[in-house]
Design a protein around this ligand. Structure first.
Ligand code: DQA
Length: 146
């Protein structure tokens, strides 16, 4: 089965973006880590990043179709700042019923108040935040058990 790892805005800047908050790993490092995690479980990785909200909506719809066909185990979504703003992502997850783990590299609850609310959490099966990029591997380990 597939696992879809979807990354939202500014995550292409990982490695150089606020390293004190997000660490030194690049998005390519995160993809390599996800590939290793998928290999442990015999899962096929789809790894994507976009700075555009609609791309994330389209990819969630695609994941929903694959899940309905029994071909997708789950989604890991780091929606970046859209986490805190996007009713469209909430509706896409609700509308497709795709099982999903919300992920944040940083501990959003220890940061600015505007990061404390997430539109995704109410429709996510689980939330991982504050474990750095290691959270991606842990999310895939969890999805492998679903
Ligand atoms: C983030 C946290 C968000 O608040 C922020 O806008 C991001 C990254 C994280 O991975 O910690 O872009 O999702």
């Amino acid at each position: 089965k597939n696992v879809s790892v979807l990354n939202g805005p500014n995550l292409n800047l990982l490695g150089t973006r606020e390293p004190a908050v997000y660490g030194a790993h690049t998005l390519a490092d995160v993809e390599a880590l996800c590939l290793q995690a998928c290999a442990r479980h015999g899962l096929v990785l789809q790894f994507r990043q976009s700075n555009h909200e609609g791309d994330l909506v389209d990819w969630l719809h695609e994941a929903g179709r694959l899940h309905a066909q029994g071909e997708l185990a789950g989604v890991v979504l780091n929606a970046g700042a859209y986490t805190h703003t996007s009713v469209a992502l909430l509706d896409a997850i609700k509308g497709t019923g795709v099982p999903l783990i919300e992920l944040h590299i940083s501990n959003v609850h220890a940061r600015e108040a505007f990061r404390h609310h997430s539109y995704i959490s109410a429709v996510a099966r689980a939330v991982i935040c504050g474990l750095g990029v290691a959270g991606y591997g842990l999310a895939i380990d969890a999805i492998a058990q679903w």
